[in-house]
Structure formats: structure tokens, C-alpha cells
Write a protein that binds this ligand. Sequence first.
Ligand code: PEP
Ligand code: MG
Length: 545
Amino acid sequence: MQVIQGKSASKGLAIGKIYCYKKKQEMVERRYIKDNEIDSEIERLNEAVKQAKEHLAQLYQKAVKEVGEKDAQVFEIHKMMMDDEDFLDSIIAIIKKERVAAEYAVSVAGEQMAKSFAEMNDEYMQGRAADVRDISDRLIDCLTGYSDDTDNQVGQFILIAEDLNPSETIKLDKTKLLAFVTAKGSVSSHTAILARNLGIPAIVQAGDDLDKINDGQMAIVDGYKGNIYVDPDDVTLTTMQKKKNDEDTVKELLIQLKGKDNVSLDGHRVDIFANIGSPGELDLVINSDAGGVGLFRSEFLYFETNTYPDEEMQFKAYKTVLEGLKGKKVVIRTMDIGADKQVDYFNLDKEENPALGLRGVRLSFERPEVFTTQLRALYRASAFGNLAIMFPMVASVWEVHEAKKFIKDVQSELKKEGHKFDEEVEVGIMIETPAAAIICDILAQEVDFFSIGTNDLTQYTLAVDRQNQKIERYVDTHHRAVLRLIREVVEKGHKYGAWVGICGELAGDLSLTQEFLRMGVDELSVSPAKVLELRREVRMTRVTK
Ligand code: PEP
Ligand code: MG
């Protein structure tokens, strides 16, 4: 048995077999070849094209069965693109002229072609840039022998990876995941948040020892202690199995709290809502008996696609959640892309300090057509439930004015087109910059509600990068500076007419529940897996001193 120590990012126990996730090479190395290797390199390229076309034919058949002929067409189109003579000729020309390996030539030719599509004036042609990148990636995968087997894995598994970014995580089949373990990563990264939302154990910073683990080995993940037991001995296996049974029993006991009020011993009420990232998590919310959705991280919809999700696709996603929640409040946050949440097809420039750069509502202002598409989808969906919209990363009053101007334009467009929508949709902002917290009295007069994003509020207040594992000792989530800001936001929010919720990870920190209730927080939004635990805590709390 081997015991590896990491850091707990999501509590819980998992027992099962390991699957090692192989990260795709982000950058294709420029590898030089000799003159006499040119022919064999072109031969490798032809073989890869053949292999890629076979994959695409299989994917087409699979997609026809799963999603129907129309949506499967994309794979047929990609297969045809693999035969495009201009594309293949330009790859071969680069191999010959620059004396470089085929994968590097594919990446250069693919990027040139994608860029020329992206710069065209026609929206349809711009969309083809993503297709070109997709087929280039597929060819490179064939040339480098990379394969992502998660789809082919039978049964559930514990996923081991060097690190995972949000867009890689979102593409995994969650029904197969028993737990995540990563060599790097941080507790407040979005991948760790996703594990908590799904209610599965997760461990980060397990280090290089993970390299020695192989696919198919048995392991136990102890998400309470941050330990991984690989090939556990009989005694450990029996002990942990018993703990897991106890854990399941506690979960069953919590189920008895379904339908009960979130009310403290001395009668203080609070709403407990759930955080989600996609309509796929709707069942988790319903099963958790949450009072609504306090944070729908809409950017996760953008991670699932290879190009900008269109209005119809977004409309359907929002409508599904609103209808599923049957009139309960659903707070959807407009896309918070940027910083650690990168999306390839946005083609964002590299920034020195992305967390302080073009992210959240700033990026929405920079891409007005993308923002308008999202707002149109949101307002159209508002006719099907109880929607509230909020904007991320606001720091100044003018940003609220500008966002509201977009809303006004979208509303009058929709009216002209005869679409039905709810004119009373609540509009709020996230409080996640110290600036927003400090001017909350002014901001409260502009919006219906605040939702405090404690993950970023902590990052920006304490000047600690939430992604940087080296400075985790400086990340004091109970720092008085953050708690004072929260208290101030609740007090001023109420004074100036805005209700106040907390949707960052701190909302689920049971050691602060009493303090939050004392402050008078109206709503706490946590991962679905945490809702009943928080309800139990509220019901055991005495608020008045
Ligand atoms: C937050 O910052 O607390 C928050 C809820 O937003 P995210 O974690 O998605 O940045
Ligand atoms: Mg945030």
C-alpha cells in the first residue's frame, strides 16, 4: 500500500479504480527534422489524416444515435475538411520549407487558416475558425498519440491528473467520477469548486508521487484528511469501507431535513440556495431541497462548446433550469470569463495579470454582440420562471449603468420582435471587488440585490491569487477585513433597499453560519451537496447573544 498526502479540496470518501487523465499538450514543440526525413514526415501526416477521418466516421455514427442526424453533421463536415487540399498543401509546404515535424506544421497552418476565418466579416465564416482549430487539434492528437479515454472507460473511476482547468473538467463525464486527485491545483480553484458542487471528494497538491500510479490500480480517496491510499491493504480497506458506510448513513439522516424550514433555534430565517454551472446539475438542486439557485455560473455553458453558444442554445439551457425550479428564484450570473476561466475561441490576448484584467462584466462590454446574445436568451427565458440576473466583477457605478443600458436595448428589441418576457426580472451585482464593497451604499440604490462572491472578494482584499498554491498560508478566509466588508455590505444593502446573499465558498463554512445570521444575511448559496448540512447547522444555531 502506498499513502500519498495532498490537501483536501472537497470532503468525502471514495473507493474505486484509478484512471490517469493525460493532459493535452498546450504548445506543440517546434521539432526540426533532417532533409532525408521529409518524405517520412509527409507519410506520417497522411497516416494521421487517415486515422483522424476514421475517428470522425465513428464519432458521426455515435452522434447520430445519441443526438440525431442534424447535430451529428458537424463530424461529416470535419471529415470533409480533412481532405481540403489548400490546408494539406500548406502543411506540407511548411514541413518542406522549415524542415519541421508534421505536428508543428499542422499547428502553424491550422492557426493561420483559423485566423484568416476569424478576421472575415461574415459571422458564419468567423464560426469556421473553431472548426479549423478542432480538426488541427485532432490531427495533432493522432500525430502525437494523445487520446482522452474518459469516454471509453467502463464504470466509475477516481481521476488522477497533473492539474485540471475548468474547461477540461466540464467536458468530463461526471456520472463516472468518484473523486478527483490532482498533483497541483488550489483549494479555491474552479475545479475544486466543481467537485464540491457535485458532492464528490477531491484532493489537490498531491505532488509528484502521483506519477507512479497507473490506470486500473485500486485506491481510497479520503477527502477529509487529504490522503490517497493506493492498493490499500485489507485492514485499511475494511476500516475505510466502514467509514464510507457511516458517511452514507449521515447522508440518509440529512435527507430527513428535506421539507423543513431554514430557521434558527430563536426564529431567524435564511434562504438556502444552490450553486450550479449547467442545467445538468438541476437534479442535484431538486434533490438537495434548495430554495432556489443562488448562482448559476453561466460561463460554464461557454466551456462546453467549440464556438460561441448561440441564443437558442442558451435560451434552452436557462429555460430548462427556470422551468425545473417551478417558480423558485434562479439567479443567473452573466458570463464571468477571463482569469482562470479561459475559452479558446474568445481569442483573448495574454495578460500579465489576468485576474486584474479583462474578466467578468468588463469582457462583456468588450464583446457587445456576445453579451447581447446572452441577455436576449436570458430575457426570453424569463417568461418561464422566476429569473434574477447578476453581473460579475463590478467595481464602479458606471458599470452598472452600462450593463442596464444593454438590458434596456435588449428589452426594446425583444418587444419589437413580439417576444414575451418578464419586465420585473430582478437585477443585481456580485460584490467581489473591495471597491464594490466600499461603495455598496451607492450601488444598493441602483440594483435589487447583492450577492457576495467571497472567493474573489478574499483574493482582491488580501491580494492573494486564488490559483497560487505557494501563498495559501496568506489566504485567511476568516480575515477580519473580509468579514467587516461582508457586514458592511449587508447593513448598507438593507439600508438602501437591496437584499443580500453570499454565493462564494464561505457561505457553506459552518463555523461562520452564526455570524452570518447575526449580520442578517438574507440568503446563503452553497453547493447542492451542502444544502442540508447547512440547514441542520442553521436549525441548531442560536442567533441572539
Ligand atoms: C466568488 O468569487 O466568490 C464567486 C462566487 O465567483 P467565482 O468563484 O465563480 O469567481
Ligand atoms: Mg468570482
